[in-house]
Design a protein around this ligand. Structure first.
Ligand code: NAD
Length: 437
């Protein structure tokens, strides 16, 4: 199959590369010339484990190319995927679909022969109808079908998620288009990945329902963690106790500083708006959104409390800035609210992140950036573990104790055991455990 991938960000680049690896012929398109220039020079503009080698391999085999020009790639394609951003719209929080519609308008100008246009971006219910309207209006004679194929990959594990998905959802109103999609995903289908063919609106909503459910699960355990702290219980043991129940499942039950990232915050908000507009508010998700928002800020207060209630003029060292490990993505990371809260209280903030510092700099221009965890902790009044990168899982606490001004550790990811750290003479605060255990 010949595939054109419009948008070569986290999703477009990973999906396009994996499709090429299945044996399809893929052109990845982006309107950002710097991105395409980098890709053509063999540089990957994002950090995603395994991606560089997979891109290089498929480029070498002649199955994967990059361009800023849509025309030829779209004209020759059996399927054109739209994988552009759908950020929150300023003001009302609804998904900003301007990139999707602009891409649709541009695609329409180059269509030739029967083409399936696939929205891979996360888009609200009914967006496929509007994309179809734009295509038919701009290219009335084109033979085109619009399909929804939401993406469920996770940054940091994107390639294995794409190649071994729990399921593939295809929302198609047209059997010929569904056949093209089955052919594209056939290599996975043969591996027994369940493929669900639904109506287009159902597929669009499935993505939001999935993300809202996961965000709810995280928020649920976060609130239980707060309760644990009050009543002297341990949230990790509670999570294990409930997670072993198959009806609940153990995943997404790790209490922490609140969910962040490029998907959950904007997708939960967009679902809330869609539901309000449809006259059936999803109150549970509305609550999840507001609980999570206040939680991120509350983490700064937790750190301040661990420092004895006052951080003015003190240095707080943060380990991890990205919203989760194994990515450089800083979009809506909890660290942003934590830094703001600490700076508002007068603290000096220094941070270290294995991959995220380049993306963090423009967002957090007035913090210090360290070369490694120990450089970060040097002379600090508290060390805060914000993101659970592997590099932070076996820190040398004797060394930390020797170089820090105060032996205070706040572990927002429950990576360590309170007893082990407290034994070394640290004041240790974690999530959902008795305060200052
Ligand atoms: P991104 O910002 O990393 O990439 C989007 C790319 O599209 C950018 O490089 C941009 O330059 C390009 N672009 C925008 N308009 C274009 C146009 N008209 N022509 C060509 N290129 C254009 O975004 P992302 O994280 O890859 O997300 C894309 C979509 O996938 C979003 O809807 C997101 O919600 C969804 N999604 C993301 C993830 C994730 O983990 N990042 C997972 C599942 C779904």
């Amino acid at each position: 199959m010949k595939i054109a991938m419009v948008g070569s960000g986290y999703v477009g680049l990973v999906s396009g590369t994996c499709f090429a690896d299945f044996g399809h012929s893929v052109v990845c398109i982006d309107k950002d010339p710097a991105k395409i220039e980098a890709l053509n020079a063999g540089r990957i503009p994002i950090y995603e484990p395994g991606l560089e080698a997979l891109v290089a391999d498929n480029v070498r085999q002649g199955r994967l190319t990059f361009t800023t020009a849509m025309r030829d790639a779209v004209a020759q394609a059996d399927a054109v995927f739209i994988a552009v951003g759908t950020p929150s719209r300023r003001g009302d929080g609804f998904a900003d679909l301007s990139f999707v519609y602009a891409a649709a308008r541009e695609i329409a100008q180059s269509l030739s022969g029967f083409t399936v246009v696939v929205t891979k971006s996360t888009v609200p219910v009914g967006t496929g109808d509007e994309v179809e309207r734009i295509l038919r209006e701009t290219a009335p004679d084109a033979e085109v079908a619009v399909v929804s194929n939401p993406e469920f990959l996770r940054e940091g594990a994107a390639i294995s998620d794409f190649k071994r998905p729990d399921r593939i959802v295809i929302g198609a109103e047209d059997e010929r288009a569904a056949e093209v999609m089955r052919e594209i995903y056939r290599p996975l289908y043969l591996n027994a990945a369940p493929i669900l063919v639904t109506g287009r609106r159902t597929a669009e909503l499935t993505k939001y329902a999935a993300n809202a459910f996961l965000a709810t699960k995280i928020t649920f355990i976060n609130e239980i963690a707060d309760l644990c702290e009050r009543v002297g219980a341990n949230v990790q043991e509670v999570a294990r106790g409930i997670g072993l129940d198959n009806r609940i499942g153990a995943k997404f039950l790790h209490a922490g500083p609140g969910y962040g990232g490029s998907c959950f915050p904007k997708d939960t908000l967009a679902l809330v708006k869609t539901a309000q507009d449809a006259g059936t508010p999803v109150r549970l998700v509305e609550t999840v959104v507001s609980v999570n928002e206040s939680r991120k800020r509350a983490m700064a207060r937790k750190i301040i409390a661990a420092c004895g209630g006052q951080v003015r003029g003190r240095t707080i060292a943060l380990l991890g800035l990205t919203f989760k490990p194994n990515t450089d993505d800083m979009r809506d990371a909890p660290s942003l609210s934590i830094v703001a809260g600490l700076q508002d209280a007068g603290a000096r903030v220094r941070a270290y992140d294995p991959e995220g510092m380049e993306q963090a700099r423009p967002l957090l221009p007035d913090i210090g950036y360290a070369a490694d965890p120990y450089d970060c902790a040097e002379g600090a009044d508290a060390l805060v573990l914000v993101t659970e990168w592997d590099a932070f899982r076996a820190l040398d606490f004797d060394r930390l104790k020797a170089i820090m001004a105060e032996p205070v550790v706040v572990d927002l990811r429950n990576v360590y055991w309170s007893r082990d750290i407290a034994k070394l003479g640290f004041s240790y605060t974690a999530i959902g455990q008795k305060m200052n255990a």
